[in-house]
Design a binder for this molecule. Structure first.
Ligand SMILES: [Zn+2]
Length: 424
């Protein structure tokens, strides 16, 4: 088998191909072990449990897991500042950690001395990185964990790493071409900047570069951009999903059909308000428990929206999948007991080529919830058909407002705005 064929095959470890029963048993063993340890060693977690009237004895099966109150990511900074040792979240002394980072928030991100702490090795292997690849790491190496977090899995696999960090496009191009770099890690948008700059200097992306594989993250990856870059360099590009506090959560395999859940954490999709799990397949907030004892972030509510899907994947990995990141909880609105997500609205409008941008506004001028869908669109857009498509998808009626002079307003985030006010 050639190296290029081998990039599409195989697994980093056998946790990826467990049967459903094995997987359930494996996860529950890790969860219950972590639960007991965190309760005994993390003051913050013990307090969270006790405040809810719980002890580990109350959590007897995975079905009980959601009894544990979730920790919203936006509360993390306050917990960390409330007491020493990151608010009692740490179960070791800060000086026993391998690295300590700070990511925006500002949130402190500890990294303990354990192999593949952030759990990205299986993700990089699935993406196609192999022993003896020379990899250019373009995530930042200071303050944020990104650079070192993404470098560690490459050493696990046996790659050599050039720690480039971000920026300095000319320098990046020189390194890639002189060293014969075969792997890229960073943002896809930066790889495009590198490609455009290299071509403007008269370089040929297939002959002067040897890039074969890339792992991209930290931004929404447009399929058009992926295909363009894969074609121009003659390489494969796969993406992963993780956060600076949690590490790897899910990742793409060669099949590129959603992201398999990582074996190093327990993932729930929950109602953004109650933080209770939703039926399989529904859209909700990603709530994650990584199996890290030094910093047990049990049920961290990420604020990201996604949905689970059965993978039945030809790659052989058996973990269920995430449909990618479908938005942020902060960009949703709850109307008549129902959440509306930007991705749902986009889905409802996707067949109307005349609509170039939109924004959904919830308001309650007379104390009653009303939703308005502002559209910037061509004159032949049929408002009645749009209204029906919206109602079919969202199950709520929206007032459609054609806006010809507010394109700027429509293109600013968030796509969904809540302007309702509630008087006491
Ligand atoms: Zn797969």
């Amino acid at each position: 088998m050639s190296l290029e064929q081998s990039r599409q095959k195989g697994f980093f470890h056998d946790l990826e191909t467990m049967s459903r029963n094995q997987r359930d048993e494996y996860l529950w063993n890790r969860m219950s072990d972590l639960l007991g340890f965190a309760y005994d060693n993390s003051k913050a977690f013990k307090k969270r449990m006790n405040d809810a009237g719980l002890t580990p004895a109350d959590i007897r099966s995975p079905a009980d897991w959601a009894l544990i109150p979730a920790l919203p990511k936006k509360d993390l900074v306050h917990v960390q500042l409330s007491e020493p040792d990151l608010g009692g979240l740490l179960t070791c002394k800060p000086g026993d950690l391998r690295h300590i980072y700070m990511s925006p928030g500002p949130i402190v991100d500890p990294e303990a001395r354990q192999q593949d702490y952030w759990g990205f090795a299986e993700a990089f292997y699935a993406a196609g990185f192999r022993k003896s690849d020379i990899v250019q790491m373009t995530f930042s190496y200071h303050f944020t964990p990104a650079g070192l977090m993404m470098e560690e899995p490459l050493h696990e696999i046996g790659c050599s790493v050039f720690p480039a960090g971000p920026g300095n496009t000319d320098g990046q191009i020189e390194v890639m071409t002189r060293l014969g770099v075969t792997g890229f890690v960073g943002m896809a948008s930066f790889l495009k900047i590198i490609a455009d700059k290299a071509e403007s200097k008269g370089l040929n992306l297939k002959n002067d570069f040897r890039l074969k594989v890339a792992f991209v993250a930290a931004e929404r990856l447009a399929e058009s951009l992926r295909s363009e870059l894969e074609e121009r360099f003659g390489m494969r590009i796969r993406q992963g999903y993780g956060t600076a506090d949690l590490g790897c959560i899910a990742y793409e395999c060669p099949e590129k059909n959603g992201m398999h859940l990582s074996s190093r954490c327990y993932v729930e999709i929950c109602d953004p308000e109650s933080k209770k799990p939703l039926p399989f397949g529904e859209t909700g907030e990603v709530v994650v428990t990584p199996f890290n004892k030094a910093y047990p972030l049990i049920r961290l509510a990420t604020g990201d929206l996604s949905a689970m899907q059965e993978q039945n994947c030809p790659c052989g990995r058996t973990a269920p999948g995430l449909k990618g990141i479908l938005g942020r909880v902060d960009d949703t609105v709850k109307v008549k007991g129902q959440f509306i997500y930007p991705s749902q609205v986009g889905e409802a409008l996707k067949n109307f080529s005349g609509i170039s941008s939109w924004k959904l506004v919830a308001a309650n001028p007379d104390g009653r919830d009303r939703i308005s869908l502002y559209l910037f669109c061509s004159r032949d857009t049929d408002v009645v058909t749009v209204s029906k498509a919206f109602q079919d998808k969202i199950k709520l009626r929206a007032e459609i407002i054609i806006s010809q002079d507010e394109k700027d307003f429509l293109e600013t985030d968030p796509k969904i705005e809540d302007r309702r006010t509630w008087d006491k």
